[in-house]
Design a protein around this ligand. Structure first.
Ligand code: FES
Ligand code: FE2
Length: 378
């Protein structure tokens, strides 16, 4: 990748595809389009719901309501991870809220039915009032879940088993190898931000998928650190890896080729189809997830999780990460998001019928086409 970056730099090039792509505005504004995306992408696909380090110990749990299906993740006594509908078998109450560590089991706040960490129903208070109700048949309803590469994926429909490696484009490809090499299982959650944005859910991911906006939009933040309009792209099935290049890469020219390393002098964006973007930023990783809201093509929930390789214990470590976070947050929250919310208002106004993606925006084109294909609208 370093070699490819130097080649492009030396020839004043970027990765270009053959043709421009006209992306219909309906993809960002149409309620039927969104309904299909919700039914297919947010119901039938494996979605990245957490890093393993979000639930390191027995009894750790985490909930997610963003797909429209209430999801509950729990780590059990064997160290395995379980996913359930966060729905009590008595009368359907929400079993757990937020995240935390349960001591001995999961007790419903409504009438105190209690389940163990594998979802088995253990306690029914006043059980004589439930004749014929067999505890063995009233465990929590499981959702398909896979934990691999320090990450956890759930499909929000019972019975829809999945093969995560197939979804990531197959084993032994650069994508899976990269994810494995970072050893995210050893990372630590540092911070989290949740935002309600006035934009289509895809626009949030679009903002990471081209380097053409760096110089104008990020003139005073990350613009000066990055090569403008330069990206490397590799696609893996519906997913992609895009590298944008830091100007600091030049110092590697003097070093032997065997020691070249793309990670310190780039930002690597991994789009995990459909709705997650991992951004590897040298010494930490940001996970950006975007979720549509029912019936609202022009709104989304964005969650950013910031993971670091060592726990931030000392004052100087905390200071380092705060400053780092501040740059990420300022760039995205104060520049990208307002810019993209402006795009959404423009698209919603009906002024234009399509967006024009340039040959120099190949990652954007790949993502849009894969979404359109997945819902049968390519
Ligand atoms: S709804 Fe959970 S115990 Fe009644
Ligand atoms: Fe940006």
């Amino acid at each position: 990748m370093v070699e490819r970056a130097f080649e492009l730099l030396d020839n004043k090039q970027t990765t270009r595809v053959e043709n421009i792509y006209l992306s219909p505005v309906a993809s960002y504004t149409c309620k039927d389009w969104l309904a299909q995306e919700k039914d297919i992408l947010f119901k039938k696909y494996p979605l990245l719901v957490a890093f393993s380090c979000d639930l390191p110990r027995v009894g750790d749990f985490l909930t997610n309501d963003d797909t429209g299906v209430p999801i509950l993740l729990v780590r059990d006594r064997t160290g395995g991870i379980n996913a359930f509908y966060n729905t009590c078998r008595h009368r359907g109450a929400q079993l757990a809220k937020g995240c935390g560590r349960a001591q001995s089991g999961l007790t419903c706040p409504y009438h105190a039915w209690t389940y163990d960490f594998t979802g088995a129903l253990k306690i029914v208070p006043d059980q004589v009032s439930f004749p014929g109700v067999d505890k063995a048949e009233h465990g929590l309803i499981k959702l398909p879940v896979i934990e691999k590469y320090g990450m956890i994926w759930v499909c929000p429909t019972a019975g829809e088993d999945f093969d995560i490696d197939a979804q990531l484009g197959g084993l032994n490809n650069g994508f899976v190898e990269d994810l494995q090499s970072y050893q995210f299982e050893n990372y630590h959650p540092y911070a989290q931000r949740r935002l309600h944005c006035k934009m289509n859910w895809k626009l949030m991911l679009d903002t990471f998928l081209e380097a053409y906006h760096f110089a104008p939009l990020h003139a005073t933040t990350v613009g000066p650190l990055l090569h403008h309009n330069l990206c490397l792209l590799d696609t893996y099935g519906q997913n992609l890896r895009e590298a944008v290049i830091r100007k600091s890469i030049d110092k590697q020219r003097d070093q032997p080729k065997e020691s070249w390393d793309i990670v310190p002098d780039s930002a690597l964006v991994y789009l995990l189809f459909p709705n997650s973007g991992l951004v590897m930023q040298r010494d930490h990783v940001e996970l950006w997830r975007s979720y549509p809201l029912d019936g609202k093509p022009n709104e989304c929930i964005v969650q950013m999780d910031y993971y670091i390789p060592e726990p931030a214990e000392t004052a100087s470590a905390k200071d380092h990460w705060e400053r780092n976070m501040d740059l990420a947050v300022r760039t995205v929250l104060e520049e990208d998001i307002p810019g993209v919310e402006g795009i959404q208002r423009g698209l919603s106004s009906g002024a234009i019928s399509h967006s024009t993606f340039g040959r120099n925006e190949p990652a954007l084109i790949h993502f849009q086409r894969e979404v359109a294909k997945a819902i049968g609208r390519d």
